[in-house]
Design a protein around this ligand. Sequence first.
Ligand code: ZN
Ligand code: ZN
Length: 370
Amino acid sequence: MADHYEVLGVSREASPEEIKKAYRRLARQLHPDVNPSADAEEKFKEVTHAYDVLSDPEQRRRYDMGGDDAFGGGGFGGFGDIFETFFGAAAGGGGRGGRPRSRRERGQDALVRVTLELGDVIFGVHRDIEVDTAVLCETCQGSCCAPGTSPQTCDICHGTGHVQRQVRSLLGNVLTTQPCNVCQGYGTTIPSPCATCAGQGRVRSRRTVGLDIPAGVETGLRLQLPGSGEVGPAGGPNGDLYIEVTVAPNAAFSRDGDDLLATLEVSMTDAILGTETRIESLDGPVDLEIRPGLQSGDVLTIKERGITPLRGSRRGDLRVGVQVVTPTRLDAKQRALIEDFAARTKAPTPKLAEFQQGLFSKLRDRFRSH
Ligand code: ZN
Ligand code: ZN
């Protein structure tokens, strides 16, 4: 390829103003709408590319250092930009010989929020979800035309979607190309639009989508259903459907990874003597043995009664933190018995230990250290 400076006929020290002037002078002689010869078109591209590079300070600097094709794809990628700089936006669009626009476009994605109970998260759950989006028009099947009719080639642009117009510019009279405003650039018109969808090829509809939500999901998680979003204009491909999950807080159970946490209140006498009890877990009753001498803060672990992880099959555990409940109202007889008990017991005097920030933090700390 010839040297860009030579192509424009300027010196290597030319100012941006000189480069611009040189380009305008050459473009006026060579623009394909002014000079129809094949030679001129090639030359015009070369001149435009040279200007493209040299009018951009960064590209010019790199060109001077010996590079050129390292940017802009090495082709005439800047052609449209330059063209627009001189001819205004009207020269943009598809440019010369561009294709007509397609009526068919991809539909938008849709987002639906669902709220689950913690119990739903243990095994996963099936939900029927109401989705309100555009769906394909059954009357015209996305053709946008009334039954028995079809689109017609636009009389104005003859199906190209573009019209050419002669305008005066600083390069003289030139032809510019712009989208046809009779067919909006589609190249066809719809003489009898489908009455059901008003010629859109789609209608709004509420539908029910059955969805199996996997176990182990968490608040904020988005499930993606490819192709279940709205149908595009004129029967274009569907967007995706996203389901955003919120897990409602549970009065008794909280979640720590795949484990479930709860607190079990145990009476002072049960803690001392031990007992058997039954608790309601999120998936049914569980028998629990309270051994004699149970302490506040002890953790009872019930294996595999936690959450089934999103990936994997072994359920987490249910961890129950014990809180021993001290009786606050004693009748005279009870008080006498406790006093008798105290008299027979060498109770240790109260002593200081590390401050515990409530039972839950104590539990969590224990889980961490395991
Ligand atoms: Zn229709
Ligand atoms: Zn047209």
